[in-house]
Design a protein around this ligand. Structure first.
Ligand code: FHN
Length: 593
């Protein structure tokens, strides 16, 4: 049977023919055909990404010059000739690599799946490949296959193991994608690259390392949709239970990966994953010390889970095989939080109560988990329009009863005193009856009991040519950021309006958070709160340029007095016809105390 599988796979794979590359958006219908083995992934919620390769040894430095951003792109950033770069393998000897220690760290961190780079764009295989000698066993003094050891150690910890494979970009190969500084792009035969390296290496990885939970493809190219489908179908024969990431390309894959460092602004009914790196680089960079704190990781995980997705957090081990100190410490700290609160993350779906000024929610049948990120001054956690029969509320840790009351369709939970430093305190609300649908059109709650209320652009109703768009830009090279903004507001008819529910009478300082280029600066805009106009003039922050930081300004434009609780409409629009007013990221309301 097994031989037959390989023969059939070879037959299918051999049918790949020349064509143009295009990478279509995720095909929702594809995700509608859920993989029979998808359930473990939906429940896993927290994965560990590892970028480890020859680049790790270089640590973001070449010819005594330091590079910033994606360390795994050093060869490309420094335009290092392939032969010169390949010679570095002779100095790559990760003698400190310890598969059991890495697997134990993943376990301690509460990780449920691990994906490691078997071959990144540099073309260097981190495993014993018979397809190309440019690999850790043949070309480095290490001479061992770390992937074999790590796969075994990881599975021993009960963690799903998978490979990342760059199926198209390969800067070592004349016919691989991406290396335009050594090889003439117009002379490249991508199909030959797929036939001679990419697909044979994928077959090695899928036949020699045991059952793979995931094959994580990246930067697709060089194949048509039909060819990609053929590739997927043929690889499925080798690993029928493995899940393929959507970056296999052409809208295919078993679950959707968002952009790097991107979280969708609201829950979506798909199986999806958000990927972040622990600092600013995927591969190790010795001078990148900007690690996310345990607090940031725990709150990012809660935010991602509250929208129904998985977080796969990346670490970049160095050239000796050491995981960076802060990655180890902060993954362990995250694991300690998960050891006590994991019930509110693992196997949850998004909560039916949208994000509130106090935090976010996740859910299991009959249970709503309240992730309290900001304790209101009066301790009252409003669950607006919470149409369930609440039976009890308690602290997740210690199961201590928590008082709650109902007022109309609202439920108000009286939060107990909390540790001021708590990254995320979880309360559990149990209820009887059906789970209500998530109401994406619910008004945004504004409270005078928290320091700041943020109305994100995703909640805007736009008119005329105004549009809500996700903008991608970068700080360092490859360090992608995403911001959902209201864009293209060029005249009074192009407005963004927001329905908000203000829960107390108070004065609020209104702050517009936007990006504004030179051409848009010094234009007049109008803010309305229930029709009462407040004028402002835009301030210059930065132009929008994907390769540069998009700088947002928090521009306080008004104090507004809310005389009684209720639902209000806030509108922002240009006062005159002109250039785009700005890219509005959020409106912040700070109660004046
Ligand atoms: O180019 C790669 C990059 O090096 C890194 O591997 C990320 C991880 O998601 N993927 C590509 C850029 O999105």
């Amino acid at each position: 049977m097994y031989i037959k599988r390989l023969a059939l796979a070879a037959l299918l794979l051999g049918q790949l023919t020349a064509a143009h590359a295009q990478d279509e958006m995720w095909d929702k219908s594809a995700s509608g055909r859920q993989h029979p083995n998808i359930q473990w992934f939906k429940e896993a919620k927290f994965g560990l990404f590892i970028h480890w390769g020859l680049y790790s040894k270089l640590g973001g430095v070449w010819n005594n010059k330091r590079y910033y951003g994606s360390g795994e792109w050093l060869m490309n950033q420094a335009k290092i000739p392939a032969a010169t770069y390949a010679a570095e393998a002779a100095n790559f000897n990760p003698v400190n690599f310890n598969a059991e220690a890495w697997a134990a760290l993943a376990k301690d961190a509460g990780i449920r799946y691990m994906v490691i780079t078997a071959k990144h764009h540099e073309g260097f295989a981190m495993y014993d490949s018979k397809v190309s000698d440019f690999n850790i066993v043949k070309a480095s003094p290490y001479k061992k296959d770390p992937m074999k050891a790590l796969a075994n150690a990881t599975r021993k910890q009960g963690i799903q193991f998978g490979f990342y494979y760059s199926q198209f970009l390969d800067w070592h190969e004349p016919n691989g994608g991406g290396n335009r500084w050594d090889f003439d792009e117009s002379k490249k035969d991508y199909q030959r690259y797929y036939r001679e390296k990419s697909i044979p290496q994928l077959k090695e990885l899928m036949t020699q390392y045991g059952p793979l939970g995931i094959v994580w493809f990246d930067m697709p190219g060089g194949l048509t949709k039909q060819q990609t489908q053929q590739l997927v179908d043929s690889l499925r024969i080798l690993q029928p239970n493995s899940l393929f990431s959507s970056r296999v390309g052409q809208g295919l894959g078993d679950y959707r990966d968002f952009g790097d460092s991107e979280v969708p602004p609201a829950p979506i009914n798909e199986v999806w994953e958000s990927i972040y790196t622990h600092n600013d680089s995927w591969g190790y960079i010795e001078h990148d010390m900007n690690f996310k704190s345990p607090r940031e990781i725990i709150r990012l995980l809660a935010n991602v889970a509250s929208k129904g997705g998985n977080l796969m957090l990346n670490v970049g081990p160095d050239g000796k095989g050491n995981i960076p100190y802060y990655s180890e410490q902060y993954l362990k700290a995250t694991g300690r939080w998960l050891a006590q609160n994991g019930e509110s993350i693992y196997a949850t779906s998004y909560g039916f109560i949208p994000a509130q000024p106090w935090g976010v929610t996740t859910a299991k049948p009959g249970k709503l988990y309240l992730h309290v990120l900001v304790r209101p001054q009066d301790g009252k956690l409003l669950l607006p329009n919470c149409k369930v029969a609440v039976t009890k509320v308690y602290t997740l840790i210690g199961k201590k009863p928590v008082a709650f009351s109902t007022a109309g369709a609202d439920v108000i939970v009286q939060a107990p005193p909390m540790e001021a430093q708590s990254a995320n305190t979880v309360l559990v609300l149990e209820y009887k009856g059906a789970t209500p649908a998530y109401d994406a059109a619910a008004p945004v709650t504004i409270s005078a009991q928290v320091p700041v209320n943020t109305i994100e652009a995703i909640h805007a109703s736009t008119s005329d040519s105004a549009r809500v768009k996700s903008l991608t830009y970068s700080h360092y090279f490859g360090d992608w950021k995403h911001a959902v903004c209201v864009t293209n507001m060029q005249g009074p008819a192009d407005s963004a309006s927001f329905k908000v529910r203000i829960t107390e009478a108070a004065d609020f300082k209104v702050i517009l958070e936007y990006a504004c280029g030179t051409e848009s600066a010094r234009q007049e805009g109008e803010l309305q709160v229930n029709g009462k106009p407040y004028l402002f003039r835009t301030l210059r922050s930065s132009e929008f340029d994907k390769s540069n930081p998009l700088m947002f300004i928090q521009h306080a434009v008004a104090i507004t007095t809310v005389s009684k609780p209720g639902v209000y409409t806030i509108v922002v629009r240009p006062l005159q016809q002109g250039k785009e007013l700005f890219k509005l990221k959020s409106i912040r309301l700070e109660p004046v105390r």
